[in-house]
Design a protein around this ligand. Structure first.
Ligand code: HEC
Ligand code: HEC
Ligand code: HEC
Ligand code: HEC
Ligand code: HEC
Ligand code: HEC
Length: 500
């Protein structure tokens, strides 16, 4: 016999769900909003070609966190309601939503509209946040303290219109996941203020050049000869100008034929690999050139290096091994001041100003950006006591202070001394890391193209009227610092500051 259905005795409070309360309702709205945002972000995640590391944080950390919070409130509200009911039999409905109560009903309408608006806004907001986090502003300015030097140096480079994520994240699943994890890690490190100063390079999980640089530049593209004019001023009393106009043999060969010249390293027919003994990849004792067609290879090594690098220590050379500062060049103090002198923003009327300006910028006493202007001003004033020059001083000091603020970042410990530029060989080892007479094959062959004319031709050099005639054949370099010592590399003396 079935149990008789016992009707609730008259007067007993009507049974209702514990979920029927304001706390749970608010929690539910939060959860729905989070779910909605999550769905939208996942959709963005799968449809957007260009990925950004912070999308991952938003989608898989922030949105679910809100979802969990919402659900916690839903269940928390129900539990609290039940507890209350058990304890207070007289007034069991503390937070209950009572649909029969007019006041509650009115509130419910307001609440419903509010909830709908909130859900829409949160989805919209998370989409906006996503776009914002991708922007150059977010990378360079919100993470201001951490990334400011990169942002400042980026703005004056050739890539100022390329988004940070264009090189640092790019597209493709595998690196996206890496960048996503890395981005999360960076954000956490930044929030906790324990990121490294300086930020270490080389960046280990930077995307391979094929996926970043080669989206816009391709190695097969014929670049021909590239002309660069190097303008210098000596650190003598007269700030004597010295110019050298070079034709760099980026591609020596004719268009269509295999890449020769400087870009030969990234030609599809040959693979250059190397082993660096240090973190910064400045000391390269071993390298291997493999012909990708027939598989033959030759190994060059320095006499001092006896071992054999293991497979994971070997790096295949790509664009970034030469162009390691495509977007953030930290010019040397020497170079930055020379730029001001040639632009005329720093007056050459002041005797020795080149030397004084570089020395002012490289004072050991400057340890924070805040104290730099004063210390620079004091240093320069002390050097020029002649009243006749007093009118030139304020302008010169302001210019040196400006140059300092754009190129040296003591708080982040970021400047050229930390971040070498591998493109040349004057102030850093650069090409001479491999192109010297010290790397030899077992047969005793040195690296070809290591004499002064294989990478470039000097069209003209000197100052004033000396610059009026060009030599198509190329000139021998007339070193302003005296006869060149073949046992010394340029970077043994040149360090971006004043030579000793
Ligand atoms: C044209 C490509 C490119 C663009 C655009 C770019 N970067 Fe870089 N970035 C690089 C390369 C290459 C390195 C050096 C990697 C190495 O040495 O391992 C680097 C290094 C860095 C470093 C490490 C510290 C340093 O100075 O080497 C930070 C931080 C950085 N970039 C932030 C940014 C920010 C912020 C933006 C946008 C404002 C940006 N990058 C835009 C290519 C780029
Ligand atoms: C989104 C497209 C884009 C990407 C990605 C990109 N570049 Fe560029 N790059 C450009 C453009 C555009 C210019 C020309 C700018 C100009 O003429 O002012 C340029 C100029 C250059 C130049 C010559 C101009 C100069 O003064 O530096 C070099 C070298 C260069 N890029 C290297 C690189 C390297 C290395 C990478 C990868 C780390 C890279 N680029 C990634 C678009 C890109
Ligand atoms: C062996 C070093 C080396 C490698 C590797 C290398 N480059 Fe270059 N590249 C140079 C030099 C040197 C120049 C001449 C300009 C200079 O000295 O700043 C140059 C010039 C360029 C220019 C400028 C051409 C112009 O008309 O101004 C672009 C763009 C460029 N490289 C892109 C790339 C890309 C992309 C890769 C990788 C596929 C690459 N390079 C690999 C050394 C290298
Ligand atoms: C990691 C080592 C390494 C670095 C760094 C390097 N090179 Fe090379 N380069 C080589 C090797 C190896 C060869 C081939 C040598 C041989 O076969 O004898 C070569 C060959 C060349 C050639 C001859 C290409 C041809 O047409 O046959 C030129 C030009 C050249 N390099 C210029 C440069 C310049 C400019 C730089 C700096 C921006 C540079 N290299 C940096 C390793 C390097
Ligand atoms: C492996 C290739 C290579 C060899 C060998 C080489 N250079 Fe260079 N050199 C370069 C490159 C690349 C640059 C351009 C750097 C840049 O774009 O800033 C350069 C720049 C220069 C400059 C201008 C630097 C400045 O800041 O004024 C001078 C001068 C120069 N080289 C002289 C020499 C002399 C002298 C030799 C022989 C001892 C030599 N080079 C050998 C690749 C080479
Ligand atoms: C023995 C040390 C020494 C070596 C090695 C050396 N230089 Fe210099 N160099 C000097 C001195 C000293 C000056 C004069 C500096 C001044 O008056 O500002 C100078 C001036 C220069 C200048 C003009 C001014 C400037 O500061 O840029 C250039 C360009 C230059 N050297 C290029 C080179 C190149 C390229 C190499 C390698 C092939 C090289 N130097 C090797 C000591 C050296």
């Amino acid at each position: 016999m079935p149990d008789p259905v016992i009707p609730p005795f008259p007067g007993a409070p009507k049974r209702h769900s514990h979920f029927n309360n304001w706390i749970s309702a608010i929690g539910a709205v939060l959860a729905v909003a989070a779910l909605f945002s999550f769905a939208l972000l996942v959709w963005v995640d799968f449809t957007q070609g260009e990925k950004n590391p912070y999308l991952g944080i938003l989608t898989y950390i922030v949105a679910p966190a809100f979802l969990i919070m919402g659900l916690a409130a839903v269940f928390g509200g129900a539990i609290a309601q039940r507890r209350w009911m058990v304890k207070h039999a007289q007034v069991p409905d503390k937070w209950r939503l009572d649909f029969s109560d007019d006041r509650h009903r009115r509130w419910l309408v307001v609440f419903g509209i509010g909830a709908a608006v909130f859900i829409m806004l949160s989805a919209f907001g998370s989409y906006k946040t996503y776009h914002y986090s991708e922007s150059v502003q977010f990378c360079g300015q919100v993470c201001h303290a951490a990334m400011n030097p990169e942002f400042v140096t980026y703005q004056r480079g050739a890539h100022a219109r390329v988004d940070c994520v264009g090189c640092h994240v790019g597209s493709g699943a595998q690196y996206f996941v890496k960048a996503k994890l890395n981005g999360t890690h960076q954000l956490i490190a930044f929030t906790l203020d324990n990121y490294k100063r300086p930020i270490e390079t080389p960046i280990k999980n930077l995307r391979p050049a094929q996926d970043t640089c080669e989206k816009c530049h391709w190695p097969q593209k014929f670049a021909g000869n590239v002309e660069i004019n190097f303008e210098h001023f000596l650190s003598d009393k007269k700030n004597t100008a010295f110019e050298a106009r070079l034709l760099l043999h980026v591609n020596k060969s004719v268009p269509g034929s295999p890449i020769g010249g400087i870009h030969w390293h990234v030609s599809p027919n040959d693979r250059v690999e190397y082993f660096a003994a240090d973190e910064k990849r400045q000391d390269i004792p071993w390298m291997r050139v493999t012909n990708t067609k027939d598989g033959t290879s030759k190994v060059f090594r320095t006499a001092a290096f006896k071992g054999e690098p293991s497979a994971d220590q070997i790096r295949v050379m790509d664009c970034m091994d030469c162009h390691n500062r495509p977007a953030h060049t930290f010019p040397t103090a020497n170079e930055a001041i020379e730029k001001s002198l040639s632009a005329g923003t720093l007056s050459t009327k002041l005797a020795n100003i080149k030397r004084v300006a570089v020395q002012a910028m490289t004072q050991k006493e400057i340890t924070t950006a805040a104290e730099a202007p004063q210390k620079i001003a004091d240093f320069v004033k002390a050097k020029y006591t002649d009243a006749a020059l007093a009118a030139e001083l304020p302008g010169a000091i302001a210019e040196i202070q400006r140059v300092f603020s754009q190129t040296i970042f003591p708080d982040r410990k970021a400047d050229w001394r930390i971040y070498p530029n591998n493109i040349g060989h004057k102030d850093w080892p650069g090409c001479f890391r491999c192109h010297d007479d010290k790397h030899k094959t077992t047969a005793g062959l040195a690296v070809r193209s290591s004499d002064c004319t294989s990478c470039h031709t000097i069209l003209t050099q000197g100052k004033g009227s000396e610059l009026e005639s060009l030599s198509a054949k190329g000139l021998t370099f007339k070193h302003p610092g005296g006869e060149l010592d073949p046992d010394l590399t340029c970077a043994d003396c040149h360090n971006g500051g004043i030579q000793k």
